[in-house]
Design a protein around this ligand. Structure first.
Ligand SMILES: [Zn+2]
Length: 478
């Protein structure tokens, strides 16, 4: 299609009916992007220009940022919804997840990841934080190139056209006073220095590929308090204050009550207290899930300006529980971020609306997360949308998230006549979109000024799906 073929070095004016900028939709504007893939300015649509892309009947919004993903878990979709014992839980789901993780070759990992990233692109996601813990061969031996699997995942994201923060996971043990679990052999790096060395090496390699575009970069992921002993956590904490101070830091925190009990038993502290003790609780940290927090722990996190990434579509699928402290965080200094996590469903706006809707069911009340001083039609939706955009960008260090000059030209469009949002007015369009948009409405997706989805299709869609179907047949049978 025409959009993809323009020369990269020319400024381009994108002309939709509506642009979401400054927290509202505006008519009569053009988004001008430059050859470096950045937003140059937002200007009146009437100005004369050399190169324009007219997007009739479309509203244009900043690309969504998925702050927490395990791409390979896409292979599990629909395969874990049956009863395996009297009482299934997160832990029994994990056994099935491990059995898939054990079997993937490097090329399989590429195919599975590319499928997940393709679906993300079709859902308006332009950047992803990949919490990556598959490091070794199935026997637990490192590959000759220690970062081989991480690079397969990055290659998949690049081939789809997504930006990726590869959050390289530190995973040292099965748990406190637990025997090593052979099912975790591919994750384990017991030597902290080796972990840090491989992290820095990967970061250098990605930077060398990147040519200053920030299309892929590295971050630190501490798997969880159960997977890391105290000395390991202390060493990484020290690293984040020195040589590693540029890296975002992510960690699974308080997803399951059993994790909190084990942490209390080992350290005499809850996970949040422990992180505070060792200096990890800061604005650089994103705690993923943070479901089983006391009110006091939640306040401590807000005071330390630590972020939370909530993954409601996964949390409901796994029976994890509901994130209860949204209001405290949204009234504080940080937006929350959102993640598709296990890929049970890839629809970040569904995650955004669940933040609010779960609380409605729980409290039997409405508009719980709406700002107190703003009664406009889309005030609540704007807060939730910020979690899916600026909140995610802040969490993973993406250059996108907002349509303002200097930010990356990452955006998506929706068809205003799509059945799911037709008839919306200027003021309530964002609310309609956040609470009811169907993915069929998403038409163009652009990353760094380059269209990766046009008219609702990705160029490599057929091939990606065909390869993924073959992989699924091999893993599970036809
Ligand atoms: Zn996770």
């Amino acid at each position: 299609l025409e959009i993809a073929e323009h020369k990269r070095d020319e400024p381009t004016a994108w002309l939709p009916d509506l642009i979401y900028t400054g927290g509202r939709f505006e008519r009569g504007l053009a988004l001008v992007t430059n050859g470096a893939g950045r937003i140059e300015r937002i200007a009146p649509a009437s100005e004369e220009r050399v190169r324009t892309v007219r997007l009739a009947g479309r509203a244009l919004l900043p690309g969504l940022v998925n702050a927490h993903s395990h791409a390979f878990q896409r292979v599990l979709r629909g395969r874990t919804e049956r009863r395996t014992r009297e009482r299934d839980s997160f832990w029994t789901w994990r056994e099935m997840m491990y059995s898939a993780a054990k079997r993937l070759t490097p090329e399989d990992l590429y195919d599975a990841s590319r499928m997940a990233f393709l679906e993300m692109a079709l859902a308006g996601i332009t950047a992803v934080g990949e919490f990556h813990y598959l490091h070794h061969s199935p026997s637990g031996e490192p590959y000759a190139e220690a970062n081989l699997l991480a690079k397969q995942v990055v290659r998949a994201a690049r081939d789809v056209g997504l930006r990726i923060a590869l959050l390289r996971v530190a995973y040292a043990r099965s748990g406190y006073r637990k025997e090593p679990d052979p099912a975790q052999a591919r994750f384990i790096e017991t030597d902290t220095e080796e972990y840090l060395h491989r992290l820095v090496q990967l970061d250098q390699d990605l930077r060398a590929q990147d040519e200053g575009t920030r299309s892929s970069w590295c971050g630190i992921a501490l798997h969880s308090v159960r997977a890391l002993p105290l000395e390991y956590l202390r060493r990484v904490s020290l690293f984040t204050k020195g040589e590693g101070r540029e890296f975002p830091v992510h960690m699974h925190v308080a997803e399951q009550p059993a994790e909190i009990e084990a942490c209390l038993e080992e350290h005499g502290l809850t996970p949040v207290r422990l992180l505070s003790e060792i200096g990890l609780l800061s604005e650089r940290l994103t705690a993923v899930h943070a479901i089983h927090l006391t009110d006091e722990e939640a306040r401590l996190m807000v005071q330390s300006r630590a972020g939370v990434c909530v993954c409601p579509t996964t949390e409901r699928n796994l029976g994890d529980g509901i994130f209860r402290h949204g209001r405290l965080f949204l009234d504080g200094p940080h937006a929350l971020s959102l993640g598709t996590d296990s890929q049970a469903q890839i629809d970040l706006l569904e995650d955004a609306r669940e933040l609010e809707l779960n609380l409605r069911l729980r409290n039997m009340e409405r508009t719980i997360l709406a700002p107190a001083q703003d009664e406009s039609a889309s005030a609540l939706a704007a807060r939730l949308f910020a979690c899916a955009t600026t909140g995610g960008a802040q969490s993973i260090g993406a250059p996108s998230g907002e349509l303002v000059p200097g930010r990356a030209a990452d955006f998506f469009t929706v068809a205003l006549d799509d059945a799911s949002i037709a008839g919306a007015g200027l003021e309530d369009l964002l609310a309609g979109l956040v609470f009811s948009l169907s993915r069929t409405a998403i038409r163009e997706v652009v990353v760094g000024g380059r269209a990766i989805v046009e008219a609702g299709r990705h160029r490599a869609q057929e091939e990606t799906v065909a390869r993924f179907r073959e992989l699924q047949e091999r893993l599970w049978g036809a």
